[in-house]
Design a binder for this molecule. Structure first.
Ligand code: NAD
Length: 454
């Protein structure tokens, strides 16, 4: 399919300068919130059909995050879009310097399936706040949520401004043939590379929100019960299908057994059951089979192989795991938690650094020196100390990866900046001009210039 017409329409609209008007952006964001709020029932029903995600989890991990992003943008958008002052060097005085945030233009957002609403709509919200037009291609994997977003957006927004195009590999490949002003992609490392290559042909800037194996490092001397509770919640939320879920846990050997027991206790207490609306299905058979194959029956501490009919894998902890086990060779992206032990912090850090730079890292410790050492020596996208996953909800923090886990970031003002080009401007008056830089040159002029510009 040729999408050139769709993007041409958006470019025409962008060039009318309608999106430069802050009140236009605010109006469209308010409309988006309204449309979503009025249709929450459809949004809940669609995601439940796709992978039995409950209303509770959908609100907490999808809709509330979308609403917060819109609300923050509505309050801050004027400030974010304002000309930003910059200092001016001696050589340009009495000039003034400033930076104008300008919208990139026509944006392509490509979403992932695991949090299908917020991973598609939050980048779109940031792009709209920044004054861009948006084409959104949600993941085709949860087909009902994709359909719901397409119908709500396409019925309520001018396609020249904001349009959803549904589809999979073919449609995305066709979209990538067209030149966009920015591409924002959330998904796997392998597809991220395809997107990056396609964007390079047009010199299109990209933000890549990718994945990886995010570690949690747990040291002795902590509040074991609380740490286990937080980790269990973070891991089994959305049945582990979370890009920033703790992928594996490294526990100091002196508390290894105690920590395993504490996690088991919290899994039992949470009573994770799809039928009780506090657990989700695995998204599809392909992922179900992949995940089941990562479970070594000899190493199961809690849980075990899943039920293919129901597409459910129980919360599973694997013990006595080493870095050579199959489960440690790829991002898990499901409800399986390998727990490894370590004897020294240096050993834990060295092991984590044998893998690619993770999207997140979680440190559970009361020891300040240990905390600082880990934060200083391991490179990762972002994370938390004595908690996991919750940093995602902090709008004041940039969210994104580093190295193999991604390029760029978003959320709150960082999202606005991601879709803005910063135009640096020097402005001069006419009433004075130093003649030193002009020919004919002389040693005297050079001496003065050296004094002024250094
Ligand atoms: P994916 O890479 O398979 O798909 C992502 C998007 O790319 C989808 O919209 C899909 O239609 C499209 N796509 C798939 N194959 C393509 C191809 N060959 N050419 C062009 N487009 C293609 O990822 P996924 O399975 O949806 O999500 C899982 C991955 O995403 C995990 O690695 C996870 O860690 C990562 N993820 C990262 C974040 C983050 O914020 N950093 C969030 C969620 C998921």
């Amino acid at each position: 399919m040729d999408y050139q017409d769709v993007i041409d329409q958006q470019r025409l609209f962008f060039n009318t300068n309608a999106t430069k008007d802050i009140s236009f952006r605010s109006r469209e964001l308010k409309k988006l919130k309204n449309v979503l709020q009025k249709n929450e029932k459809l949004l809940y029903a669609s995601i439940y059909t796709d992978f039995k995600k409950s209303e509770f989890e959908t609100y907490v991990t999808e809709l509330s995050i979308i609403y917060h992003e819109i609300d923050l943008a509505l309050v801050k958008i004027k400030k974010w879009a304002r000309k930003r002052k910059a200092s001016t060097g001696l050589a340009n005085l009495p000039g003034r310097s400033y930076i104008i945030p300008e919208p990139y233009g026509s944006i392509l957002v490509i979403g992932a399936w695991n949090y299908p609403y917020q991973l598609s709509l939050c980048p779109a919200i940031a792009a709209i706040a920044a004054g861009c037009t948006v084409i959104l291609k949600p993941s085709e994997v949860p087909s009902h949520t994709s359909k719901a977003m397409a119908s709500l957006i396409n019925q309520n927004f001018d396609p020249a401004f904001f349009k959803v195009i549904e589809g999979g590999v073919q449609e995305t490949s066709d979209l990538l043939k067209v030149k966009f002003d920015k591409i924002f992609f959330t998904g796997s490392v392998s597809v991220g590379k395809i997107i990056y290559q396609a964007a390079a042909k047009h010199l299109t800037p990209v933000t890549l929100e990718l994945g990886g194996k995010s570690p949690a490092i747990v040291t002795k001397g902590i509040h074991i019960n609380m740490a286990a509770k937080r980790l269990v919640w973070a891991k089994f939320l959305n049945a582990g299908q979370t890009c920033i879920a703790p992928d594996y846990v490294l526990v100091e050997s002196s508390i290894y057994d105690q920590f395993l027991a504490a996690m088991k206790n919290h899994i039992n207490k949470a009573d994770y059951k799809v039928t009780h609306h506090n657990y989700t299905q695995i998204i599809n058979d392909k992922n179900f089979d992949r995940l089941n194959s990562l479970i070594d029956p000899d190493k199961i501490y809690v849980g075990g192989l899943g039920d293919p009919e129901e597409r459910v894998i129980p919360p599973t902890i694997l013990k006595d795991i080493s870095f050579s086990d199959k489960v440690m060779q790829e991002e898990i992206f499901g409800p399986i938690l390998p727990v490894l032990s370590f004897d020294s912090i240096d050993e834990a850090i060295t092991k984590v650094k044998t893998l690619s730079k993770p999207l997140s890292c979680y440190v559970f410790t009361k020891n300040k020196a240990v905390k600082n050492k880990i934060l200083n020596e391991i490179s990762f996208g972002g994370g938390a100390v004595n908690d996991a996953v919750m940093h995602f909800a902090e709008q004041s923090l940039p969210f994104g990866g580093v190295g193999d886990s991604g390029i760029g970031n978003y959320h709150g003002k960082y999202g606005f900046d991601t879709f803005s080009h910063f135009k640096g401007i020097l402005q001069k008056p006419f009433w004075i001009e130093l003649n030193l830089k002009y020919a004919p040159y002389s040693t005297k002029k050079l001496k003065w210039l050296k004094r002024i510009i250094g």
